[in-house]
Design a protein around this ligand. Structure first.
Ligand SMILES: *Cc1c(COP(=O)(O)O)cnc(C)c1O
Length: 399
């Protein structure tokens, strides 16, 4: 029986298991040293002054929206070609989503799409943009930030696909997460992403004030720093020293903490990022060669010059109409060969919730990308032979 090829999966090695076991045997299962160690490691990898780990990429997006004080009457511009959570984060805080279009070939949002979305904000106050580094390729952040800043927008990069990627800014190349052209960047460490924590996420920022707010919001809105206490009568003893039990809350936060168990796994995995990225890059190159004979029916995602990508998924753009077979039929036929594909993503503005909340939105770039995209298997541990097996199967199925 041929082995199954999922579109993505984690790689857990013996030292990852050992790291988790050590965390389980330690004195603290949460809010302990493994959390700080993971944050330090992520800071280093992303060159971000501050990294705040949390329970998921979705929680990270929610925390970012809260830290910016987004709320009712505000517009958050989100590319339609993304996972649900990017848009939902705006709705969690009562802000409205204005969906932006994307490039039909890369799926990335550009400054022209931001301009177009800004023109559709109506009576809302445009406050923020959440660009998405789709597939592990970065949005052109220098150009996008220029437009965003001109309109006074805050910028939160959804880098859930893109840990390890680098982006070209005016000052040179920077790791995604360093926030050289943004306020915050958000990561996910879900098992299909390049680095796995089980469930986990993080927000990085260069702004110490945002970092402090994110830390407080991730843990109920609790403030434990006596320098920031506001109720002296409750907070301090008669001699002026802080009461040992005291903490205070200015506004309710959440429990979005990540445990020491998942952070231990995250640190162990993050140390392998270079190796994981190199393996994925090689597989993507192998796909490009193996699929080349199927052009122009099957095309790779074009590479953008302003990004050194960290590939999260392997997407092929397929002209299903010209091939005379539906995408659903192709996926079923591949699944019969134990090749499991996926579609990333149905444009979020076409989800029933958003369709009824914001009727009449049409985004031709997102639709054109969606019509052709198919995510093929890509994971560390796949071989070049596996890539050839996928290409061969695709060639047979497409006729
Ligand atoms: C995975 C993902 C998220 C959500 O991350 P979780 O850790 O699964 O909550 C958000 N945005 C994008 C683009 C993602 O791929």
């Amino acid at each position: 029986m041929t082995r199954p090829l999922p579109y993505g999966r984690q790689v857990i090695e013996d030292d990852d298991v050992a790291a988790v076991v050590a965390a389980l045997r330690s004195d603290t299962l949460t809010t302990g040293p493994a959390v700080a160690a993971f944050e330090a490691a992520l800071s280093k990898v992303t060159a971000a002054p501050h990294a705040v780990v949390c329970s998921s990429g979705t929680a990270a997006l929610h925390l970012a929206a809260l830290a910016l004080d987004l709320g009712p009457g505000d517009a958050v511009i989100v590319p339609s070609l993304t996972f649900l959570a990017t848009a939902n984060a705006a709705r969690y805080v009562g802000a409205e989503v204005v969906f932006a279009d994307v490039d039909p070939d890369t799926g990335l949002m550009g400054p022209e799409h931001l301009d177009d979305a800004l023109a559709r904000c109506g009576g809302l106050a445009p406050k923020a943009v959440f660009p998405v580094h789709l597939n592990g390729q970065c949005v052109a952040m220098a150009a996008l930030a220029e437009t965003a800043r001109r309109h006074g927008l805050a910028i939160v990069e959804d880098a859930c696909h893109a840990v390890g990627s680098q982006q070209e800014l005016s000052g040179g190349w920077q790791p995604t997460g360093a926030c050289g052209a943004s306020d915050m960047a958000v990561f996910s460490f879900h098992p299909v992403k390049t680095v796995a924590m089980g469930e986990g996420g993080a927000v990085t920022t260069a702004d110490p004030r945002l970092a402090a707010r994110l830390r407080s919001l991730r843990s109920h809105g609790m403030e434990r720093d006596p320098a920031r206490f506001t109720q002296a009568d409750e907070a301090f003893d008669a001699d002026g020293s802080p009461n040992p039990w005291y903490y205070e809350m200015a506004a309710p936060g959440f429990n979005y903490r990540a445990s020491d168990i998942s952070c231990a796994l995250g640190t162990s995995q993050l140390a392998k990022l270079g190796r994981f990225m190199a393996a994925r890059t090689e597989l993507v190159a192998a796909y490009e060669t193996a699929l080349a004979p199927l052009a122009p029916l099957v095309l790779p995602i074009p590479k953008v010059g302003h990004c050194r990508p960290s590939w999260h998924i392997q997407v092929a753009l397929i002209d299903f109409a010209a091939a005379g077979i539906s995408r659903a039929k192709v996926m079923r036929a591949l699944a019969e060969r134990r090749i499991f594909t996926q579609v990333h993503y149905l444009p979020v503005h076409r989800q029933p919730y958003y369709r009824s909340r914001y009727p009449g939105v049409t985004l031709p770039g997102a639709d054109a990308y969606y019509d052709r995209c198919l995510t093929l298997p890509l994971f560390v541990g796949m071989t070049e032979d596996d890539v050839h097996r996928v290409a061969q199967a695709l060639s047979e199925v497409l006729g």
